[in-house]
Ligand binder design. Sequence first.
Ligand code: SF4
Length: 363
Amino acid sequence: MKFSTEFRDSALAQKLLQDIRRKSTKPANIMEFCGGHTVAIFRYGLRELLPKHLKLLSGPGCPVCVTSTADLDKVMALAAIPGVVITTFGDLIKVPASYGSLDRARASGADIRTVYSTLDALDIARKNPNKKVVFVGIGFETTAPTVAAAILQAHAEKLDNFFVLSLHKVTPPVTKVLLDAGEIKIQGIIAPGHVSAIIGADAWKFIPERYGIACAVSGFEPLDILYCVDLIVDQIENGNPKVETAYSRVVKGEGNRVALSMLDRVFEPAAANWRGVGVIPASGLVIRPEFAAHDAEKEFDIKLDKPPREPAGCLCGEVIRAVKTPEECKLFRKVCTPENPVGPCMVSSEGSCAAYYHFAEAI
Ligand code: SF4
């Protein structure tokens, strides 16, 4: 197949669905780790097409959603420093922190700019030598290499007014924490496609080996996801959990060595604070001392005046851990909407609450 539309072929989708319906006899909870998968599953109505005993659950794979309120408060504190320019991807602007949002801070005069890539942020730093430009690094292993590249570039150019607040997170540790907690019984995991393109499908081997859970990596088109579910159903039915890939046009077993070595050069593992889960050792990426000149944590004495405050009534933590659905939140649709989001899961384009809001009624 050559074009992405070929991965939406309805005749092939019907064949895969027939195959799944014919083979699948055992009830199973299958968690899609990635928010991009959640959105695609809703967009193409895949939940409703699968047999009723196969339940797809949304997992923690939305980087904006899992950023803790305390970390968002740090971004707000940086935005309040005179002479600082905050650069960030658009999703973050409307996410509520404890005492406001970047959106509101910008309306009150803070210099906050939406960028489409780290190259834009570097450019802002070059054009504003009298300002300190901070890029807010939020994302998983997919985004982090581009941020590493920006830090290397700034380092090479001696661009001493460019900084990164690294709130990056890596995905296998949180998966282990959720599976160890066992709040919900999972029989299969749809592993993230873009993350696996970087870390490799082999990085998920602990899922079958340690937990006996079926696993396959998926792309983001409907045929990718149905093929992935088909592989997972095979593993469940045969009692033969392993890691397979339904996204071999992008994902290799060993991942992307160039990106991984760039990550390793610039970042080192550290504990990170995940919304709804807590602090997980070695699940974040901090900037190595060699590049401390571009580390916002080192450049600024970030102090929070008040303790973090979670949005009252928001169940984002439970939604992230797949123990509740957005529809179980009393605020969903009534108080919390994309125009007036209470929690991050309603803001982000990969958030479960936003996906339910936009697509659940249409199905
Ligand atoms: Fe939080 Fe809104 Fe989702 Fe409820 S609907 S969990 S308040 S983001």
